[in-house]
Design a protein around this ligand. Structure first.
Ligand code: NDP
Ligand code: MG
Length: 383
């Protein structure tokens, strides 16, 4: 029987790659549901190809416009409720969470409650609420299969060794500013900040890669996905982006997952786990890879990376506040309201002001902390 897929965020970089893989293996996958935020033209093109039963968009106004584009026979829903409806439908087996930013925590928890298979690209949900999400997944016997390449690598390496893990190595290419002096950061155009040397991604994660906030978010993501303390997760800069992360076991053995940098590999694995299917991804040509190099990140140049351990140590809603502050700060940067180096300053300031009362916060506390952090950044940026 074909796996029935819901792709949340299908018009984005991960979502479109997922849709492409589903089309390539149409004997294995049937796309039942799609979603976009506001790009209804692109959504309508996907509807023509996949003939899903349901689509979701941001709000009622867009739903009204989308209805005209997608035609009869496709249910159109909207908002977080729309995403939750899609994620819990009885005719969906696997839900791919590929929406951007802080957009899918509630639908993710709903999908876990409904015991769906989870293919998770969105990292912000785990950063904000990793404890809550993973606890619920364990209760429901649901496996959360990560799509983020580093976490997919660890997921692939760690199987059968969870009890023996000593350390996780999280690799990162270093982003577009690796060899740019910090004094030049604010003089670079937004285009060059968005121009990642190894990956084509959405704007928010591209800016996060330039500040290296992305790696900070990934440390927190790994902490919850694999139940490993932050002090046992080491970030390594690996500009060749071939080794996607590593697991070290108690006896000193190190397991690495390697592949060319192409998100279709981890996406397809998340759709087929524990099996594998043919992906349109070449193997690594080791004779052409001159070297695989690793070095420590420069925390003075990329101070965002240091915020992961601060937020985790303070615990509670601090990671949620940090991550939401970052999302808003990135928006300010992209709209010209803030300089590139303001992103760190804004996030640091808001995280410093945040008071988390509960060490084990519930969903409402987390959502409130996110909202508070966004408002604080807006106040600082638009004063
Ligand atoms: P994109 O910006 O390319 O796509 C985001 C998708 O989500 C689009 O379909 C967009 O719709 C939709 N969307 C945006 N905001 C909302 C919202 N508030 N509610 C519902 N839908 C929304 O992002 P990426 O594909 O690059 O990233 C998606 C997620 O995956 C992020 O969390 C990112 O960190 C993570 N990720 C991405 C990687 C990559 O290679 N791109 C690698 C690893 C992780 P519309 O088109 O209408 O705007
Ligand atoms: Mg990643």
């Amino acid at each position: 029987m074909r796996t029935r897929l819901a792709i949340l965020g299908s018009t984005g970089s991960i979502g479109a790659n997922t849709a492409q893989l589903a089309a390539l293996h149409s004997d294995r996958f049937r796309v039942v549901a799609l979603s976009a935020d506001s790009n209804i033209a692109s959504l309508a093109r996907q509807v023509k190809v996949f003939r899903p039963k349901i689509v979701s968009v941001r709000d009622k106004e867009l739903a009204f416009a989308a209805k005209k584009l997608v035609g009869n026979g496709v249910r159109v829903v909207c908002g977080v409720e729309g995403l939750s409806e899609i994620a819990t439908r009885p005719d969906v087996d696997t839900v791919v969470f590929a929406t951007g930013g802080h957009s899918c925590l509630v639908p993710l928890l709903d999908a876990i409650n409904a015991k769906k298979r989870i293919a998770l690209a969105n990292k912000e949900a785990l950063v904000s609420a990793g404890g809550l999400v993973m606890r619920k997944a364990r209760q429901k016997g649901v496996t959360v299969v990560p799509i983020d390449s580093e976490h997919s690598a660890i997921f692939q390496c760690i199987e059968g060794k969870r009890r023996f893990v000593r350390k996780l190595y999280l690799t990162g290419s270093g982003g577009p500013l690796l060899d740019v002096p910090a004094s030049r950061f604010d003089r670079l155009s937004r285009k060059s900040i968005l121009n990642h040397p190894k990956w084509r991604m959405g704007k928010k994660i591209s800016v996060d890669s330039a500040t290296m906030m992305n790696k900070a978010l990934e440390v927190i993501e790994a902490r919850w996905l694999f139940d490993v303390e932050a002090r046992d997760i080491e970030v390594l800069i690996h500009p060749e982006a071939i080794v996607h992360s590593m697991v070290e076991t108690l006896d000193g053995s190190v397991f690495a997952q390697m592949s060319v940098p192409d998100m279709r590999m981890p996406i397809l694995y998340a759709l087929t786990y524990p099996e594998r299917l043919k992906a349109p991804v070449a193997g690594v040509d080791f004779t052409r890879v001159k070297a695989l190099t690793f070095r420590k990140p420069d925390l003075r140049k990329f101070p965002c990376l240091g915020l992961a351990s601060v937020a985790l140590e303070r615990g509670g809603t601090c990671p949620a506040a940090m991550s939401a502050a970052d999302e808003e700060a990135v928006k300010c940067y992209l709209s010209g309201k803030a300089k590139f180096t303001d992103i760190f300053k804004l996030v640091e300031k808001v995280l410093g002001r945040h008071r988390s009362t509960d060490r084990d916060p519930g969903l409402n506390d987390i959502l409130a902390a996110e909202e508070w952090a966004r408002e604080e950044v807006k106040k600082l940026c638009y004063h």
